[in-house]
Write a new protein. Structure first.
Length: 301
């Protein structure tokens, strides 16, 4: 029997078990869904966990307004095709309502402001658990998470308050106002996700595959030109064949040069690289060594 298939079966079984634990332990969970490959994989796993019934939670997207159009189109089409509820809340609305100050500069990101909209959305709907697609190989702070990650009444994360998870026993007990972030694919790697996508024949947005795009070359990064970034005199703009390893905002997600047009090609590329997808392409994670951890402490995904 193929060892890789056995391993993927184990990861799939664990994720389905976690989904069902969420359904059993929480009253109002939600699945955070962006149209990226990890959240698409979560939707596929949820279908296996709950079909032929409906999901016991809605899909929720915190939309910064700086998303890739391909990802948004895929998000809407997938939610419609599976007949599940999609809730979209916009960072733009939170900025106006709360008078938040946006960052400025060449690659002005709204990434940090997502936290305000997420916490407002949790309060609006009374969500007690939010399911996300974080993996422990993405970034250092992600590796400190438990599968059930407790957040305080302000959405804050304290690694010292995380509970032990022995023998796949997950404790979802929370006090009033607290929240749990749940990560069913926490034990997966980027390569695991792609192998699973290949095995399950999961559709993805086109930007994950090689395509030609107008690119700003800036500080060693390849940034898609858009209305959200500032083009200065002397900037180098060119057309290149690129793809995206991860899909965030257009202002903070860099492309990689690639001719990989099939999943097999992508798996070969990932196998050969020694740099994580966030380490190579997420510009906002390079602000400091603790950039992600600082955001998580304040309530980020």
């Amino acid at each position: 029997m193929n060892y890789q298939l056995d391993y993927l079966d184990q990861l799939e079984s664990e994720a389905i078990y976690i989904f069902r634990e969420v359904a059993g332990q929480f009253e109002k969970p939600a699945l955070l869904f962006s149209g990226g490959k990890d959240s698409i994989t979560l939707v596929h796993l949820a279908l296996k966990a709950f079909r032929p019934g409906k999901f016991p939670f809605p899909l929720v997207h915190i939309d910064t307004g700086h998303n890739f159009p391909e990802a948004l189109e895929f998000r809407d089409n997938l939610a419609k095709s599976i007949g599940e509820k999609l809730i979209v809340r916009k960072v733009e609305d939170t900025i106006k309502a709360k008078g938040l100050k946006e960052t400025t500069g060449k690659l002005a990101s709204r990434n940090a402001l997502q936290t305000f909209t997420l916490l407002d959305t949790i309060e609006e709907f009374g969500f007690d658990a939010c399911i996300g697609g974080a993996r422990r190989d993405e970034e250092k702070a992600r590796a400190k998470e438990r599968v059930f990650s407790i957040r305080d009444e302000f959405g804050g994360w304290d690694p010292k308050r995380q509970r032990p998870e022995l023998w796949n026993i997950y404790n979802g007990k929370i006090n009033k106002g607290e929240n749990v972030r749940v990560f069913p694919i926490s034990n997966w790697t980027e390569l695991d996700v792609w192998n699973y996508i290949r095995r399950e024949k999961i559709d993805l947005p086109s930007i994950y595959f090689s395509h030609e795009r107008e690119i700003l070359e800036y500080e060693g990064q390849l940034i898609a030109t858009s209305e959200f970034i500032r083009i200065d005199d002397g900037d180098t703009i060119s057309r290149k064949r690129v793809r995206y390893r991860t899909v965030g905002d257009m202002t903070c997600t860099a492309a990689v040069e690639s001719t990989a047009s099939t999943i097999d090609d992508i798996i070969s590329e990932i196998t050969a690289t020694r740099i994580s997808e966030r380490g190579e392409t997420r510009i906002d994670d390079r602000i400091s060594e603790a950039a992600m951890e600082d955001r998580k402490v304040n309530g980020y995904f």
